[in-house]
Design a protein around this ligand. Structure first.
Ligand SMILES: Cc1c2[nH]c(c1CCC(=O)O)Cc1[nH]c(c(CCC(=O)O)c1C)Cc1[nH]c(c(CCC(=O)O)c1C)Cc1[nH]c(c(C)c1CCC(=O)O)C2
Length: 341
C-alpha cells in the first residue's frame, strides 16, 4: 500500500523531505473555492453540504502536490450543533449571540452529533476519493478557543470577556468546558470512524493566559480530549496547535499526549532544539505574510525552517492560516521549495 508520508511523520518517522499541508488550504485565495462558495448559500450551508464540502476539500490537492487534505468545515460547527446560532458575516468573521450563565446551565452535550452528520458524511466521501498516499486530517477547535467565541460572540484581540467569565463564574465555566470536551471527543471519534487518519486540535487563542489559566483552560481540556478519543480509538494520532502558547509550549506537548506539536510563526526556530525532545514531531511554521510577498522574503525563511528541523520529524506548514490575498504562484513555488531535497 502507498505510504502516507504525513501520517508516518505524525507517528514519529522522519521523511527525507518534509511532508506538507497548508493551514486553511481550502479557501478564498482559490478562484474555484470562491466560485463554489458563491453557489452554496451561507458559509455554514457549504460546511453542511457533503457534495460541496468534499469538492472544496480536494480543490487544493488538484493544484498542489500536498500530502494531506483537511476536512472542510469550521471549528464553530460545534456551538452551532449545541444550539447556539452562528452566522458568518462578510468581512467580519463569525457572529454568535453571546452565552449567559443561564444559557450555559441549559447546555447539553447529547444530540450534537446528529447535527454534524453531514460533516461526517463528507469525511466518508473523502476517504473514497483521496489517493491512498494522501493523509486525511480531521479537526475540531479546542474547548477554550471555541468557548472564547461562544462567550464573546465574536473574535476579540484579548479574549477579555471569556477570560473574565472563567474567573467570575467558575462553576458555569467548568460546565461549559465539560460540554465542549465531551462533544469534541464524540465528534473526533466519529471522524476517525468515518475515515480520518489524523486529527488536529486548533487552540487558536492559547495566548493571553497566565500559566495557571493555561493549565486549567488549555492543557487539561486538550489532555482530556486526547485521552477520551484514545479510549475509543486506540493510539489515535493527534496534532496539537496551541497558537501563541510561547513559554507554555513544552508543558503543553508533555502533558496533553499529542503526537505532534504545531508551531505558530512567532515560535523561534531554536525553541525545538533547545526545549523539545528530539523525537517529538513538529509542524510549521512559515509566516503567511512571507507567502503573500514571495521571492527572497519567503525563500530564505523556507530554507531556515527546513534546516532548523532537519534532525527531527517535521511537517512543513504555515504558522497560521493562508490569507485570501496570497498569489497562487507563490504557493506553487513554496511546494517546489519544500519538496526539493
Ligand atoms: C479560529 C478558527 C475558525 N475556524 C478555524 C479556526 C482555527 C484556525 C485559525 O486559527 O485560523 C479552522 C478552519 N476554518 C476553515 C477550515 C477548513 C479547512 C481548511 O483549513 O482548509 C478550518 C480548519 C474554513 C473557513 N472558515 C472561515 C472561512 C472563510 C469564510 C468564507 O469563505 O466566507 C473558511 C474558508 C471563516 C472563519 N472561521 C473562523 C473565523 C475566525 C473565520 C473568519 C475569518 C476568515 O474569514 O478567515 C473560526
Amino acid at each position: 500500500m502507498a505510504k502516507k508520508r504525513l501520517l508516518a511523520t505524525v507517528l514519529g518517522e522522519r521523511q527525507d523531505t518534509p511532508p506538507m499541508w497548508i493551514m486553511r488550504q481550502a479557501g478564498r485565495y482559490l478562484p474555484e473555492y470562491r466560485e463554489l462558495r458563491a453557489k452554496a448559500g451561507s458559509f455554514l450551508d457549504l460546511c453542511y453540504n457533503p457534495d460541496f464540502a468534499t469538492e472544496v476539500t480536494v480543490q487544493p490537492l488538484r493544484r498542489f502536490d500536498l500530502d494531506a487534505a483537511i476536512l472542510f468545515s469550521d471549528i464553530l460547527v460545534i456551538p452551532d450543533a449545541l444550539g447556539q446560532k452562528v452566522r458568518f458575516e462578510q468581512g467580519e468573521g463569525p457572529v454568535l449571540e453571546p452565552l449567559t450563565v443561564s444559557d450555559v446551565d441549559r447546555l447539553e452535550h447529547g444530540g450534537a452529533l446528529d447535527h454534524l452528520a453531514p460533516v461526517l458524511e463528507t469525511v466518508r466521501r473523502l476517504r473514497g476519493v483521496l489517493a491512498p498516499e494522501k493523509t486525511l486530517i480531521g479537526f475540531c477547535g479546542s474547548p477554550w478557543t471555541v468557548a472564547t467565541y461562544m462567550l464573546n460572540g465574536r473574535g476579540s484581540p484579548d479574549q477579555w470577556v471569556a477570560r473574565r467569565f472563567a474567573l467570575e463564574h467558575p462553576a458555569a465555566f467548568s460546565k461549559l468546558m465539560d460540554v465542549l470536551v465531551e462533544t469534541s471527543i464524540d465528534y473526533l471519534v466519529a471522524q476517525f470512524q468515518a475515515g480520518a487518519d489524523v486529527v488536529q486540535l486548533f487552540e487558536s487563542w492559547a495566548l493571553n493566559l497566565d500559566d495557571a489559566a493555561f493549565e486549567a483552560q488549555v492543557i487539561e481540556p486538550n489532555r482530556r480530549i486526547v485521552e477520551g478519543v484514545r479510549a475509543k480509538v486506540p493510539d489515535a494520532p493527534v496534532i496539537g496547535f496551541p497558537r501563541g502558547a510561547a513559554g507554555n509550549l513544552k508543558r503543553y506537548a508533555e502533558k496533553t499526549g499529542v503526537n505532534a506539536l504545531g508551531l505558530d510563526y512567532a515560535t523561534p526556530l531554536s525553541f525545538a532544539d533547545d526545549f523539545l525532545p528530539k523525537t517529538l514531531p513538529v509542524q510549521g511554521n512559515l509566516d503567511p505574510l512571507r507567502l503573500v510577498i514571495g521571492g527572497k522574503a519567503m525563500e530564505e525563511r523556507v530554507h531556515e525552517i527546513k534546516a532548523a528541523f532537519a534532525k527531527r520529524p517535521h511537517i512543513f506548514n504555515l504558522g497560521h492560516g493562508i490569507v485570501p490575498e496570497t498569489p497562487i504562484e507563490h504557493v506553487e513555488r513554496l511546494v517546489e521549495l519544500v519538496k526539493k531535497g
